[in-house]
Design a protein around this ligand. Sequence first.
Ligand code: PLP
Ligand code: COI
Length: 372
Amino acid sequence: MNSSTTTSGLTFDVRLSAQRKTPQERAQLLDNPGFGTVFTDHMVAIDYTEGEGWYDARLEPYGPLTLDPATAALHYAQEIFEGLKAYRHPTGEAACFRPDANAARLNRSARRMAMPELPEELFLGAIETLLQHDSEWIPTQPNSSLYLRPFMFATDVGLGVNHPSRSYRFVLIASPSGPYFSGGIKPVTVWLSEDYTRAAPGGTGQAKFAGNYAASFVAQSQAVEQGCDQVVWLDAKEHRWVEEMGGMNLFFVFGSGDDARLLTPPLTGTLLPGITRDSLLSLGPELGFPTEESPISTEEWRRAARSGELTEVFACGTAAVITPVGHVKSKDGEFTIGDGGAGPVTMGLREELVALQYGTRPDTHGWVRIFD
Ligand code: PLP
Ligand code: COI
């Protein structure tokens, strides 16, 4: 059955897949989906042309995109993306955590990359349309969810580089996913990258721009060669000030028990303004932890870890949720945070955040949006 879904503005045309997975096939795929490797039956796409605006919003079968080899995105990397999750709440409803914040960040990224903004109601309408048809793909095992990947890329055909593309496509795909790091909530070991820079002032670091990730792989490989799980990015000028991790922001916990306080590096323009980070800036004080945005250097990190003042460090992001950092390596040697394990502040914040996301605790912030 093909039908249409209307949101304010555009109508999403619904073109259902003739090859939907059977409930048995789906159950098998949902059993152990890993991260970002299994995809649902459908995707949403919306096109844009300068002068005409956004048009042809549609749900269509998930499948390959056919692109001219001279498509601008393939040459000049005008491509941005978002990441958020749909959770199955105990009420049976499908819910997302702060999707309006993802819509706003997509548009900030779009402005930086000279791309058109997508109206928030189209961003949310795309999620609603996809979940109306594919919400059986939301896994129900603990720590699992349906990872949503909205992205937008330049579709002009031609090699001229004097102006940005005049046409774009927005696409939303969905991937049932288990934990980002296999092996449970195990502390990660990180490598302080002094050879490579992720972002410089005036650059693209605060945009969720595909090229930032392309430029990060060589440093991530170096981290792995050094026996680490993840790379930590430092500032471009002094290679001293801590910015963020691979696809996550960082929090530092000083002190313990009633005296614990949290610190996260400020948004200097070179790091991604994480929605999880922003949520923790509210949740920290609500749980009784004074929380500040303040620069921290690698020397201070090392010194405070050795003196015991720094008790825990964790990374946070949509995919990784909250992941403890147990051990740090750099050209100057290595050190351990606390006892190297997952600390109580980290785990307490994680429990609070996850409870809000999975709907097991009341949403007093207006962060949860129900989609069906
Ligand atoms: N930093 C980078 C570079 C990221 O890719 C991400 C993931 O989106 C984050 C931080 C965390 O952002 P969020 O909490 O919005 O997922
Ligand atoms: C996310 O957490 O959504 C991310 O984008 C991180 C990574 C998978 C790129």
